[in-house]
Design a protein. Structure first.
Length: 381
């Protein structure tokens, strides 16, 4: 095909801690085994329900045909539960692409001066921040030292996935992925669908045991439990799932109503500060909860910022032994070859950093890093 180039695709050289499937069409974190466990548990619960309880209700509820509604509702619950968890766990949650080498120095130059670094008691490398205004409310952005990008408002770096996530909520091991801008709605709908399905299955289990305990010559509650062990197993599985999921669904309903993320709620980003001033949530669309739900659940689906299926350019490659990655941080050389990376001697940098005493001020630490940058520039030249 014309225009098609041979070479490594970007998902094969992705620098984060993600796993890719179907040639980059699907992606997840390294906790994909937990996602498989959750999917298998849902399938086992649904299989027991259709094989025993749904069949029993169809045959024993009168008038004939009324009981057919139970397997239909069960099938819908199974479909939506699987669809939402797979959608939440197998797509890009909202990864912010890492800066290319040419962009690193430019991003650093945009930082505001940190007043805390002027203190003589300050130890370590000063963090780089920049203040922007969002709907009239000042928000402080931070330069990610791993991705070398300015994190957008509400973004955060996930240590498990090793990526900056836009509109980061939390990392959920049960869906095997971060919950962020692109998959939050599917995560919330998965919680709601599993909650409804668990309540429905438990209700059917109670109905089956109740009918079985009133039918037959030796009808009793204990005999009904012995004759329907599948209903007991289903009730236990659905009950455990309901305990784990219902509270989480209620919490996220409350967060959506006030347009906050789990990360912001834990950090208290928009709560009363100690000095007495109030930080207004600039993302609160309306005091109307229904309107906030429409924005989160029914809003436009944002596109992915990483081109997983694209080809890696030679200028974006960095060889590290047998592994290659694109979009990683590094030192760029000036001139026409600025796209190529020059790998620094990490052992040299580590030994130099260890040699700095703990009493060293922030200016001394900055001087050490400045000398390292000058040595690196000489190596490039």
């Amino acid at each position: 095909m014309q225009g098609r180039r041979a070479g490594k695709r970007k998902w094969q050289a992705f620098p984060g801690n993600n796993k890719f499937f179907c040639r980059g069409l699907l992606m997840s974190s390294r906790q994909v085994a937990i996602l498989v466990f959750v999917v298998v548990t849902i399938l086992v619960l649904a299989g027991l329900f259709f094989a025993f309880d749904a069949r029993y209700l169809v045959l024993n509820i009168h008038p004939v045909g009324v009981g057919a509604i139970f397997p239909v509702i069960g099938a819908l619950g199974l479909f939506y539960s699987l669809a939402f968890i797979l959608k939440a766990g197998c797509i890009d949650p909202g990864i912010v692409p890492r800066a290319l080498p040419d962009e690193c120095e430019f991003n650093t130059s945009l930082a505001d001066e940190d007043p805390a670094a002027k203190s003589k008691s300050y130890v370590g490398t000063p963090a780089l921040y920049k203040t922007v205004t969002v709907n009239g409310q000042p928000m402080r952005l931070k330069l990610c030292v791993t991705c070398n990008v300015w994190r957008p408002p509400r973004a955060s770096h996930c240590g498990l996935c090793n990526n900056c996530q836009e509109h980061f909520d939390h990392h959920c091991p049960w869906v095997g992925n971060c919950v962020a801008k692109r998959n939050y709605r599917y995560f919330y709908l998965f919680l709601c669908s599993v909650t409804v399905m668990s309540i429905f299955v438990m209700g059917c289990n109670v109905a089956v045991i109740s009918l079985a305990s009133t039918q037959g010559d030796n009808a009793s509650f204990l005999n009904a439990l012995k004759e329907n062990p599948a209903s007991v197993i289903e009730f236990a599985i659905a009950g455990i799932g309901l305990i784990c999921v219902m509270g989480l669904a209620g919490m996220h309903t409350w967060l959506i109503a006030k347009m906050e993320t789990t990360n912001e709620d834990i950090k208290g980003t928009f709560k009363q500060r100690s000095r007495g001033d109030t930080v207004i949530n600039p993302y609160l669309k309306s005091r109307n909860c229904c309107e906030n739900f429409c924005v989160v659940i029914c809003g436009p689906f944002p596109p992915s910022l990483i081109d997983r299926r694209g080809y890696v350019k030679e200028s974006e490659l960095e060889e590290e032994g047998d592994q290659q990655c694109y979009g990683a941080t590094g030192v760029s050389s000036p001139g026409p070859g600025s796209g190529h990376l020059v790998q620094e001697d990490k052992h040299e940098l580590t030994s130099t950093a260890e040699a700095v005493p703990s009493e060293t001020s922030g200016q001394a630490v900055a001087a050490v890093h400045g000398s390292q940058n000058e040595e690196t520039t000489k190596l490039i030249d």
